[in-house]
Design a protein around this ligand. Sequence first.
Ligand code: ASP
Length: 364
Amino acid sequence: MSRPRPDRRSLLLAAGAAATAPGLAASAPAIHARRRRPVMVGSANALPGMQEQLPRMVDGLEPLDAAIEVVKVVEADPNDMSVGLGGLPDEDGVVTLDAACMHGPTHNAGSVGAIQGTLHPSEVARLVMERTDHCMLVGEGASRFAREYGHPEVDLLTPRAREVWLRWKEGMSERDDRLQPAKPKKSGQLYRYMGEELTLEQLLTTHRITGTIHCSALSLEGELACCTTTSGLSFKIPGRIGDSPVIGAGLYCDQEAGSAGGTGRGESAILSCASFLCVELMRGGMAPKDAGMTVLRRVTEQAQRGAAWQPELVREDGLPAFNLQLYLLSPGGEVAGVELYGTHAFAVADEDGARHEQLDALHG
Ligand code: ASP
């Protein structure tokens, strides 16, 4: 049974009714003061999509439409190896995707995990939200659901992603029968990963490859929504689902408190309920940056405790051996982007246009 989303008039009526009912006002959808411009925040690779969608938001595009349109640009880009088409596969060479979206005014969400052969998992996540009574579909069921709703089966493993996967397999073990090329070809070819251009060697050696796109959006009307989509951890164990489709981990949105999402080590975002915690801290009155830093401190403590059984979770200096980025947006339009380490960028779009800014790093 399809349930149409409430229109803006019903939401306003609901807000008004709740405001007059004692004890209910706190749970009513808050419609915040109109801003001169809408606001979006997200991972660095969201910039091209934000540039396209900002003018449409100024013309009244709803934030869920905007957030999904922003991430779809990267889902469909065969040259970005962190999301959708061209994303790096699991250890068997199969590309599986995770995505979720959340809508502030109705506090509803949908997600798909380990979906295969689907170009736009973000749209399928929205179908789960709007056309089912469920929040999450995974694996074969999610793929079949996508086909039912007209998402054609596509081969997501591009020749470039297959090449990187094979090089990873060849370099994996000294005890199997695969050999690395005697003279690795230096083609000078660059591989786009999370907005950065890397050589194959950098891609395979600098870090365990992760990558995702997140976008949180606040409309002119003060409505919040968000979306996160990814091919997940490269060369993961088949069946692994990261934080991106987990509501409260890879994204969360509450009309009264704010919106947040993450990229980086998904397990750390799941274990800390990172996005939910960001939003709840904003609900408590924290500024987005303070909320994000508080969550990263929690993630650091949890990694240090986890190192008791998994020593590789921390570096020699006792700090996390992985990175996590968080993007936060308050209902009033204040944004922040924070990370454990580094000088990476995040994307912001507001009255000053769409641009990259530097994330604030907790550990420098
Ligand atoms: N968070 C994603 C995951 O763990 C990967 C990433 O953002 O880099 O699946």
